[in-house]
Design a protein around this ligand. Structure first.
Ligand code: FAD
Ligand code: MLT
Ligand code: ZN
Length: 479
């Protein structure tokens, strides 16, 4: 990693103009206030910056962007700063300002008839979920960082999470966007329409752009009927194929009922039990493979319990399921989910780990887990593969934990070998090297080999058209 430079002070004229536009709450220049925004959640990067711009409205943001553009100052959008790929932090040059959307966090409108809500980009995902619950609806996007990640962040990364199998990724939950272009122009696309074919769908260009084309400042999001019945089962399963067979059993019986289908490895669950207070194994014996299945329906008498019991019984008889625990109360269901949701934190506490956020066609998941686990264990003897995640949509986090008691720095120095090892297999299986976390800074050097040629060239042309001076989140996404 390059050396981190001292921040380059902003030109005096820019500083005073920003102060005038943003007021005292809207501009932070004290190094102590800025520090938390400079390092990413995984601790992979340590950046430097002279300031954090924290606008309180879209108009303030637009005015600040116009000023930065005039002075050719690069801008790094930041929401909750939970990026897994170093997407939301400035580089080491000390010349990029962080633009935090945290104060743009209002709910502008919520309509249970249209089943939409219009919210600002800095609203925390959990607050959006709670707002939907408040009008007896559901906003279904759900992921481990939901208490910190923001709507602007989940849209800019097209986040997936646990419920993609039923509701799709963040993109599918968005109807309209308000955007600020790199020159400060505002596009008001906050239309709450299910049908709106009016030229290029610029809103979709901004979803997944990771802040490289401009800012998302507000969004119209889709809501759904809230669940009136919910069952969660935690199952020890025979192997990866049995996990897939169980998914098919549930899907074939009632596809609409499956809200999440998550695969967990024995070691991943061991680490959650070891590091996270209150997490315990809910089945009688340790296994090498587990599944968490969440069934939900908006119908009050949907019969999910008999459905779950019938499918699990069949799978037990077939030898696919070894043991299963079904949550008997909301508290127990939440406790089963915690085993899954604490996986990233538990792996962090165990030491250094390299993340491989990959996807393959659902049918190839068992083969992918087996082959990657074997290849990784051979690549770094003593290292511990921890595959887990969203099996129902083919996205497994093929993570590798450092050898027990080993040197974290020496292990991390092999990060690129580890990622290459997994990606080679994933490519053979027709998969993607970046399923849901995005490219950020971590994976830019993989873009040429995976998306090179006309595809990457088209992306570069779009970037050049919207951000000719290259001021939006430089060094991210495009190599
Ligand atoms: P940030 O980290 O602040 O930013 C992410 C990217 O979006 C950056 O490139 C940033 O520049 C850009 N950006 C942020 N806000 C804006 C905006 N308003 N306009 C333009 N660009 C913007 N991800 C998943 O997809 N699925 C998971 O299951 C999942 N689980 C996670 C679990 C944990 C414990 C953690 C720490 C992360 C997890 N993530 C997951 C990754 C991360 O939470 C998501 O990528 C999330 O969408 C990021 O939201 P954020 O507000 O923190 O964005
Ligand atoms: C998750 O699903 O928990 C995260 O996306 C994966 C990770 O931490 O690797
Ligand atoms: Zn995930």
């Amino acid at each position: 990693m390059p050396d981190t430079h001292a921040p380059a002070p902003l030109p005096a004229a820019l500083l005073s103009a920003l102060q005038a536009v943003l007021g005292p709450k809207g501009l932070l220049t004290d190094p102590g206030d800025i520090a938390p925004a400079l390092a990413d959640w995984r601790g992979l990067y340590q950046g430097a910056s002279p300031a954090i711009i924290r606008p309180g409205s879209t108009q303030e943001l637009a005015a600040a962007v116009r000023l930065c553009a005039r002075h050719e100052v690069a801008m790094v959008p930041q929401g909750g700063n939970t990026s897994m790929v170093g997407g939301a932090t400035p580089d080491e040059s000390g010349r990029q300002v962080v633009v935090s959307l945290a104060r743009l966090n209002r709910i502008r409108a919520i309509d249970p008839v249209d089943m939409t809500m219009t919210v600002e980009a800095g609203l925390v995902l959990k607050a959006a979920q709670d707002a939907a619950t408040g009008v007896d609806c559901l906003f279904p996007l759900s992921l481990g960082a939901e208490g910190t990640a923001t709507i602007g962040g989940v849209l800019s990364t097209n986040a997936g999470g646990n419920t993609t199998v039923r509701y799709g990724n963040a993109r599918e939950l968005m109807l309209g966007l308000e955007m600020v272009l790199p020159d400060g122009q505002v596009i008001d696309g906050l239309r709450a329409l299910r049908k709106d074919n009016t030229g290029y769908a610029l809103r979709h260009l901004f979803v997944g752009a990771e802040g490289t084309l401009g800012f998302i400042t507000a969004a119209v999001l889709r809501m759904f009927p809230r669940a009136r019945e919910n069952e969660v089962a935690f199952c020890a399963v025979r192997d990866e194929e049995a996990a897939l067979a169980l998914f098919r059993r549930f899907r074939d019986r009632d596809e609409g009922a499956v809200r999440a289908f998550e695969y967990l490895s024995g070691i991943g669950v061991d680490l959650a039990v070891k590091h996270i207070e209150g997490v315990t194994l809910p089945v009688s014996e340790r296994a090498d493979h587990y599944v968490l299945v969440d069934l939900a329906s908006s119908r009050p008498e949907a019969g999910l319990r008999p459905l779950a019991e019938a499918v699990l019984e069949e799978a037990l008889e077939a030898g696919e399921v070894l043991d299963a625990a079904i949550g008997e109360s909301e508290g127990q269901r939440a406790a089963l989910w915690r085993i899954r949701e604490e996986h990233p934190e538990a792996q962090k506490r165990e030491g250094a780990s390299v993340k491989n956020d990959v996807s393959v066609p659902v049918s190839r998941v068992p083969e992918m887990i087996r082959r990657c686990s074997a290849a990784l264990a051979a690549l770094i003897p003593g290292s511990r593969p921890v595959p887990f995640g969203h099996m129902g949509d083919g996205n497994i986090h093929m993570n590798l934990e450092q050898p027990e008691g080993g040197d974290p720095a020496a292990f991390l120095a092999r990060s690129h070998d580890i990622m290459d090892c997994v990606n080679e297999i994933v490519r053979e299986l027709g998969g993607s090297f970046s399923a849901e976390h995005g490219i950020g800074r971590l994976k830019t050097d993989m873009m040429e080999s995976w998306r090179g040629g006309a595809e990457l060239e088209a992306m570069r042309r779009i970037k050049a058209a919207l951000d000719p001076a290259g001021l939006m989140n430089p060094g991210k996404v495009l190599p």
